[in-house]
Design a protein around this ligand. Structure first.
Ligand code: FRU
Length: 491
């Protein structure tokens, strides 16, 4: 019985890996591919899973359906990296194959999201097995790897086979960590119209005790909590949530609070939006050998158009972001290793923009732009940056900075193709200066305001290739410094 199970898994993996080998190359040659961001090799990808630093390398697993550009029975795709920026695809780690993660129902099963931990040279992953129609539908399971490449599902799965009375059958996305002698898992769930985070603990990752509901929605924080992530940063306990409101997924946020390891209660004090963009969901964090807390998010959102589907792929990840906690907030910025991919740099100082003189340059396909606006010495009450603009200006993404309301609107109305809805984020100024960093890629924009106090991630899909970058202001805008770095991945 044990052997036939393994054979089953092996067969499913082989089928999927062969399919990728045969079909991936064509997809990877299409124009819509990003230059600097991690993407699915082909087919569909959603959440990052199992982020871990293991034996000197970064590992990224992901929710993956290779056979179609729509969501389907979830596999765990796998990639590794020496620096957290440049990723190498590895064979698929998990495929649906057992009665707790596989069924004959066409799309209603799979290896759902979860996390990883490195234990004495082994890599252990914990994930949700989903089988529609099974009771319970969602269970928690583990798999082991000796080499960080091939994974064996535990023969006594599921390790958590029932949801607690405070939860319901939506019970998924275990995030594991270790504290002192125990392992902990936080699992997303819902009941009575409230999203909730359940806590379990275990001495060995195989036997789990239910420890209670750590936190739940205050009534405004969604009725289902997906992909919870609980960690401590600079002595602050932080809980990240990807919320659902009815059937709609919405911007993840983070709760600040106190987590008590005795009672396993997380007392929330405040909460903030984690990213204001239209394409950011299901982020996960981990720590590396430099003890940095790093986060990667899915750079898409459920039920959006995703024009790259016509090229045979759908799904990308944000650049890995280092998290820091200061001024009572989470700050996010691309990990420093991104700078190693700057190939051409241009530095400009004291640029004055007004109705007579717009600022106008052409960028590389992927670039890292830093802009410091001297607000105190400017007269403008608002200004615009147009990115991925065409020569005739008919196609553009408009970043409108309102310095009175102190917010920025990313307007995608004229940006080419795909969903056109706006996003809006707060602005803040530090010593009279507005710091803006933009990571631009083929069809992505990651915006970091005030060194990552606020971030906004959106996909933008220009049809033109002109890559014009324009700053426009009616009244005087004093740009103290502008750095334009082209980004390039070798090989
Ligand atoms: C979040 C999510 C998870 C689930 C996975 C399924 O985007 O819905 O809750 O495990 O995606 O692919």
């Amino acid at each position: 019985m044990k052997i036939s199970k393994t054979v089953n898994h092996e067969n499913k993996l082989k089928k999927a890996n062969d399919y990728i080998k045969e079909n991936g190359v064509n997809v990877q040659a299409t124009n819509s591919r990003l230059k600097m961001h991690f993407m699915t090799p082909l087919g569909w990808m959603n959440d990052p899973n199992g982020l871990v630093f293991y034996q000197g390398e970064y590992h990224l697993f992901f929710q993956f359906y290779p056979y179609d550009v729509e969501w389907g029975p979830m596999h765990w795709g796998h990639a590794k990296s020496h620096d957290g920026i440049k990723w190498e695809y590895l064979p698929i780690a998990l495929a649906p194959s057992e009665e707790y993660d596989y069924s004959n129902i066409e799309r209603g099963h799979g290896c759902f999201s979860g996390s990883a931990i490195s234990v004495e040279n082994k890599l252990v992953v914990m994930y949700t097995g989903n089988v529609d129609g099974r009771t319970p539908r969602q269970t928690q399971n583990i798999a082991f790897s000796e080499d960080g490449r091939s994974f064996t599902k535990y023969s006594n799965n599921p390790v958590i086979d029932a949801f607690p009375v405070e939860a319901t059958e939506d019970f998924r996305d275990p995030k594991i960590w270790k504290k002192d002698e125990l392992y902990y898992a936080v699992i997303g769930t819902k009941k009575d119209g409230k999203g909730k985070a359940a806590i379990y603990s275990s001495p060995n990752l195989k036997d789990w005790d239910y420890r209670g509901i750590a936190a739940e929605s205050n009534g405004k924080q969604g009725d289902m909590w997906e992909c919870p992530d609980l960690f401590t940063l600079n002595q602050q306990d932080i809980l990240i949530i990807s919320p659902m409101y009815g059937t709609k997924n919405s911007n993840p946020y983070y709760l600040l609070g106190d987590f008590d390891y005795e009672t396993c209660r997380f007392e929330q004090s405040e909460f903030f939006t984690l990213d204001y963009g239209k394409d950011f969901y299901a982020p996960q964090t981990f720590t590396d050998d430099k003890n940095r807390r790093i986060m990667i998010g899915w750079m898409n959102m459920w039920f959006t158009e995703m024009p790259e589907k016509k090229d045979g792929w759908a799904g990308a990840m944000t650049i890995a972001r280092e998290l820091t906690f200061k001024n009572n907030k989470l700050y996010q910025s691309p990990i420093a290793e991104l700078n190693d991919y700057r190939v051409d740099s241009e530095y400009m100082e004291n640029i004055q923009v007004n109705s007579e003189s717009n600022f106008n340059i052409s960028l590389a396909n992927a670039s890292d732009i830093l802009l410091i606006v001297d607000i105190e010495n400017s007269k403008a009450e608002s200004f615009d940056i147009f990115v991925k603009c065409s020569e005739d200006m008919k196609e553009k993404t408009n970043l409108h900075f309102d310095l009175k309301q102190m917010n920025i609107t990313v307007d995608r109305e004229f940006f080419g193709q795909g969903d056109t809805d706006d996003s809006i984020a707060p602005l803040s100024v530090n010593n009279g200066k507005l710091f803006i960093r933009l990571i631009l890629d083929t069809n992505a924009l990651e915006l970091f305001i005030n060194e990552g106090e606020y971030t906004l991630t959106s996909r933008i899909y220009p049809k033109n290739r002109d890559e014009l970058f324009i700053i426009k202001s009616e009244e005087l805008l004093q740009v103290e410094r502008l750095e334009n770095h082209s980004l390039k991945m070798e090989g």
